[in-house]
Design a protein around this ligand. Structure first.
Ligand SMILES: C=C(O[C@@H]1C=C(C(=O)O)C=C[C@H]1O)C(=O)O
Length: 421
């Protein structure tokens, strides 16, 4: 309290405290506004520092230069989002009042506030309240059965949309466009998003579970796609495009993988993404590298062509520059980007919530991660709006694309209770 009182006014102030693991688990079972649960690292956020709940990149950079840091030394973190692919654009940031971080067996609580003329005790009281709200016992878990569901567009409309896209591609207006569709699922009882997030995190092979507030509720995803990971000067972006189903029988599964790796259409679709990412990275990085052939990312229902692209960021470029340059990739928008965007605008595809947008975190040193929000839903009360899409190329078949999006939808639908787990 004395050190807080002595800190200069007009800047953000953070206090990091080591946290016993049991308290971390308590908070994880509580009501965090924002969650990032990944194999190597978990973040939970509660509350937002007044005036820093929705800030632009410049304001964040200015705040980082003056940040007063007390305590155990872990860097404070902001959560970031960027709009869905057809819009794209710069990230917005939110500085949590309370951040819980677990990595490498260490749990830390970072308390952040704006140091103004109010007494230090007022700041401490505010942190205490947010912590109690976060760790208050959760209501008993309920999971209503599915009452009804509907697909938008319908299957017939989807066929027409895919045909319109392949026609535009053949007319050489563009090379690829990512079409998406929505399933609106209504449950009998309000959806307990935190319980759902915990269930998703338990068996999550997709990589990371993210929960973020969105315009009309909250976005929840188990996403396999990382747009940008920065540690020090190292930057990695993962090209993920080209999809095949998984099969229970190992021989069938291996055959599907072989076909995917050999398929000219899927390889071309994937190569567009790799070339676009590598091109954007060369503007900011030295030593941009990727393997000449894609690998496979194998998920429970799907397998994807996958190429990590790595580079060393040059001086003066950071994670937020990388996001601005890379988002959206042709994996979720299409190629070239301008006609793909125009096609989606003219055909009035409106993506709810954060689907194909970004969710991530960044620390005051500029390290962080941004994931593409896929295999997700926007949840509001009893309703979950699930989204899935796929890259359309000249030779795409509407029914095959429907089947692919159907499999992508199952990642979330199964957890909601709609199918086998
Ligand atoms: C658009 C989605 O996925 C993207 C599209 C893919 C494809 O077209 O093959 C594969 C992975 C993702 O980059 C989605 O899951 O909704």
């Amino acid at each position: 309290m004395e050190r807080i009182a002595a800190a200069p006014g007009g800047s953000l102030l953070s206090l990091s405290l080591d946290l016993p693991e049991a308290l971390f688990d308590l908070a994880r079972n509580g009501r965090a506004d924002r969650m990032w649960i990944a194999p190597t690292e978990d973040f939970l956020g509660a509350g937002a520092v007044p005036g820093f709940g929705d800030i632009g990149v410049d304001r964040w950079r200015a705040a980082c230069r003056r940040w007063v840091r007390l305590g155990a030394g872990q860097a404070p973190v902001a959560f970031l989002t960027a709009p869905p692919a057809p819009i794209g654009g710069a990230a917005r940031l939110s500085v949590p009042e309370l951040l819980l971080r677990r990595n490498g067996g260490r749990c830390v609580l970072v308390l952040t506030g704006f140091r103004d003329f109010a007494p230090a005790a007022a700041l401490a009281r505010q942190w205490g309240e947010t912590f109690r709200a976060l760790t208050a016992p959760a209501a008993k878990e309920t999971q209503g059965a599915i009452e009804r569901q509907e697909d938008f567009p319908s299957r017939d409309e989807w066929r027409a949309r895919v045909r319109a896209a392949t026609k535009a591609i053949k007319a050489e207006k563009l090379e690829k466009v990512v079409l998406a569709r929505k399933r609106v699922v209504m449950l009998h009882a309000p959806i307990d998003v935190d319980a759902l997030a915990r269930r998703m995190a338990q068996g999550c092979v997709e990589g990371r579970v993210v929960k973020f507030p969105s315009h009309n509720g909250c976005a929840l995803a188990a996403t396999p796609e990382l747009l940008a990971v920065k540690r020090g000067r190292g930057l990695v972006s993962h090209a993920l495009a080209g999809t095949a189903p998984r099969f229970a029988a190992p021989a069938d599964d291996a055959q599907a993988a072989e076909n995917l790796l050999a398929c000219v259409k899927e390889r071309r679709e994937h190569a567009l993404v790799v070339e676009s990412i590598a091109g954007a990275m060369r503007e900011m990085c030295d030593e941009v590298f990727h393997a000449p052939e894609p690998g496979l990312m194998r998920l429970p229902r799907l397998q994807h062509l996958w190429t990590p692209v790595t580079g060393h960021l040059r001086e003066n470029f950071d994670l937020l520059d990388a996001i601005a340059a890379l988002h959206p990739t042709p994996a979720v928008l299409g190629w070239p980007k301008a006609p793909a965007r125009a096609f989606l605008r003219d055909t009035e595809e409106r993506r709810d919530g954060l689907y194909t947008g970004l969710a991530g975190w960044i620390d005051v040193e500029g390290d962080g991660e941004a994931a593409v929000v896929l295999r997700c839903a926007e949840i509001e009360g009893r309703e979950a709006r699930l989204w899935a899409g796929g890259g359309i190329m000249a030779e795409s078949d509407p029914d095959a694309e429907w089947a692919e999006t159907e499999l992508k939808l199952t990642t979330f639908f199964d957890i909601l209770g709609g199918g086998p787990t």
